[in-house]
Design a protein around this ligand. Structure first.
Ligand SMILES: [Zn+2]
Length: 333
């Protein structure tokens, strides 16, 4: 374990806001603490496992590194379509199906990768924490590396050796960490899908983005939103110890500002499955887990929509680009 200062402002003054063990993956019974920086307000896990220790807190087959057979991917796509299409309510009388579909109900958030290239964006797409490149978390397969590879130049950074082997086999360039990426590489689009909360120093990632993003490029960051409703109800409803940071939108914006980046979009959103999963792990009252069928899931989604727009969604998407000042400074250098 290591005790750390605030990664954003370097202050060593902070106060505890929550204590929790690994309720989700059950890798340990140790209790961890989330603290709030007294100077800038950043929330982080402290003390925390060192980079050498963190591996043992990742359950075997941690979802995002897994590869899946193609029949499974096809079935996933069909279920996603059914859950979010106009006919989802038809499954209501069939409890088993209704429950499976409920788990897949999600808000409509435009995929920022597909949008970037559709609107004429140029340059290589780098996905940091890309797994085997077959699934882009919330957005499914279409903006995962293996699918994008057919249309644009892509590359990945991925810590898992198995996942990297799958990428290499698919003909996709990949590196195990940021420091292995050649300094002259330049990217039109850099994405970090739910990975920044896992890293030991977010600052290093912003610095990397500032050095490797093209002047017309965009960086896409998605992370849980610690200002979200679920965390307001239960500040200890966090994935510990693998989440080392618990960001609010203003924290991402502050990091970006220090690196010559500005936010062109900040959006928070929620999906019903998260409430059920948190309740099942004992992190929220059990009412949330009691048979969240398709009808209730859709109602919860509708209930959350105005809160999402207020910034109370449980997850967030931030799109960054270089500031004019940073672009000018680079040209002059
Ligand atoms: Zn701070």
């Amino acid at each position: 374990m290591e005790y750390v200062k605030c990664d954003l402002c370097s202050s060593d003054k902070h106060e505890p806001v929550a204590h929790q063990t690994d309720r989700l993956h059950r890798t340990t019974e140790e209790v961890f603490t989330v603290v709030r920086c007294a100077q800038c307000g950043l929330h982080f896990t402290n003390p925390r496992p060192t980079p050498a220790e963190i591996g043992r807190y990742y359950a075997a087959g941690y979802a995002f590194h897994a590869s899946a057979p193609s029949w499974r991917r096809r079935l996933d796509r069909i279920l996603d379509w059914a859950a979010n299409g106009p006919l989802a309510g038809l499954a209501a009388p069939l409890p088993v199906l209704a429950k499976r579909l409920a788990a897949r109900v999600r808000p409509s958030v435009t995929d920022p990768v597909l949008r970037f290239y559709r609107e004429g964006g140029q340059g290589t797409f780098l996905d940091i924490g890309c797994g085997a490149g077959i699934h882009a978390h919330f957005w499914g397969a279409e903006s995962a590396l293996q699918s994008c590879h057919r249309r644009v130049d892509v590359a990945g950074v991925e810590i898992s050796e198995t996942a990297r082997a799958a990428l290499t086999e698919a003909g996709i360039r990949c590196w195990p960490d940021l420091s292995s990426v050649p300094p002259e590489e330049n990217f039109g689009l850099i994405r970090m899908n739910w990975s920044l909360e896992h890293v030991h120093s977010p600052r290093e990632y912003f610095s990397f983005i500032a050095r490797h993003l093209s002047s017309e490029g965009q960086a896409i960051i998605t992370v849980p939103n610690y200002s979200g409703l679920i965390y307001r109800l239960a500040p200890d409803c966090v994935e510990l110890p693998v989440h080392l940071y618990h960001f609010r939108p203003e924290d991402i914006v502050a990091y970006a500002g220090e690196h010559g980046l500005s936010a062109v979009e900040v959006k928070t959103f929620s999906y019903p499955e998260m409430f059920r999963a948190a309740a099942e792990a004992g992190l929220l009252p059990s009412e949330f887990s009691s048979h969240l069928g398709i009808v209730k899931a859709k109602a919860l989604l509708d209930f959350m929509k105005p809160l999402d727009d207020l910034g109370w969604g449980n997850d967030m998407l931030v799109v960054l680009k270089k500031t004019q000042l940073a672009i000018k400074a680079e040209r002059d250098a």
